[in-house]
Design a protein around this ligand. Structure first.
Ligand code: NDP
Length: 330
């Protein structure tokens, strides 16, 4: 079993209350979407998780389909729990999701009760757990009544297989409806997981306002725009980077001159602030009152170390914010 750093909770300002709940989440959580599948070296995956935990990162975000192959990230995390972190279970918030393609046939995706509850059982099996802390509906399903999808989340909580319910990728209107249904069922919606970064600002147009009104917390995912909002691509496309290796969601053609010219100018501002571009991009997402924390991805422990450093300097002057705005608008 792992012996964690005794100073991991030295900085209690690193935790924020999730919406109107009693649960506090770290400013930075680690997501296992990439780099935790079967092709990834187990020792690197393990050292990222343990290194994050040693730095106070208590929240690890998974989904049924994270891999490759789908399910593999939960298996990897299950092994880390079994061999290293299991005795610290009560210090961990572990989330998983269901809703995207997972297995063949009519019950392998979307929002039916059949899919959601079967998928949760499969996730628990892979993780080797009796319960997860947060169970999410991964995406809205317009063809299934909300009462059914939210009823499945509420059932998961009542049956003790999840402590809290969450939704992801829902628009503002659908979020209000889902929150209302869940509240009526006695299981408030804890959290909404949304894509938010300097390069993806859609939630600013209505969703953040809804989350604050409803008292729902917000986990901002891909806050580094999958790696673009870092210095990773300044000297070309490194062979070990996501754009070069994975190519499912980030390809070399996404690393355009326009992106690079923006990120280089953002990097200048970050340097003046005495931080890395990644840290400034995270601080910028965290400035939103609606955002509880960001969920980062990583391929090496040093990236997590860098990202967690955002805690040191999170405030912006109005001049810095308008300079950033200027870069983003061009
Ligand atoms: P990010 O935007 O944080 O991108 C992560 C990538 O950025 C890393 O893989 C790494 O790239 C690079 N990186 C990270 N830190 C640094 C650093 N300090 N310096 C330089 N480069 C760095 O997030 P992801 O897109 O990975 O998403 C994060 C998590 O969000 C997922 O794991 C998942 O849990 C969640 N998510 C949820 C979704 C949903 O629908 N609910 C959808 C997508 C994500 P490289 O690998 O090239 O080294």
């Amino acid at each position: 079993m792992h012996t964690p750093d005794p100073n991991r909770y030295g900085e209690m300002e690193f935790y924020r209350r999730c919406g109107r709940s009693g649960l506090r989440l770290p400013l930075v959580s680690l997501g296992l979407w990439h780099n935790f599948g079967r092709e990834a070296p187990y020792e690197t995956a393990r050292s990222m998780v343990l290194g994050a935990f040693d730095r106070g990162v208590t929240h690890f975000d998974l989904a049924n389909n994270y891999g490759p192959p789908p399910g593999a990230a939960e298996e990897t995390f299950g092994r880390i729990l079994r061999e290293d972190l299991g005795i610290w279970r009560d210090e961990l918030v572990i989330s998983t999701k269901a809703g995207y393609d997972m297995w063949p046939g009519p019950y392998g995706d979307l929002g039916s009760r059949k899919h959601l509850l079967a998928s949760l059982d499969q996730s628990l099996e892979r993780l080797g757990l009796d319960y997860v802390d947060i169970f999410y509906h991964h995406r809205p399903d317009p063809d299934t009544p909300l009462e059914e999808s939210m009823g499945a989340l509420a059932h998961a909580v009542r049956s003790g297989k999840a402590l809290y319910a969450g939704i992801s990728n829902y628009g503002p209107e659908r979020t209000i409806e889902a929150a209302t249904v869940l509240r009526e069922m006695g299981t408030p919606c804890l959290i909404h997981q949304v894509k938010y970064s300097m390069f993806e600002r859609r939630p600013e147009h209505g969703l953040f306002e809804v989350l604050e009104q409803e008292g729902i917390g917000c986990a901002a995912f891909s806050p580094l725009a999958r790696g673009l909002l870092t210095a990773r691509y300044f000297e070309g496309i490194p062979e070990d980077s996501r754009a070069s290796r994975d190519r499912r969601f980030l390809r070399p053609e996404h690393v355009t001159e326009d992106v690079l010219s923006k990120t280089r100018r953002l990097d200048e501002i970050a340097r003046e602030r005495g931080q890395s571009l990644a840290q400034m991009a995270l601080a910028w997402a965290l400035r939103q009152p609606a955002v509880t924390g960001v969920i980062i991805g990583a391929s090496k422990p040093s990236q997590i170390e860098d990202c967690v450093g955002v805690a040191v300097h999170r405030s912006f002057t109005s001049e810095e914010l308008s300079r950033i705005e200027d870069v983003l608008e061009r």
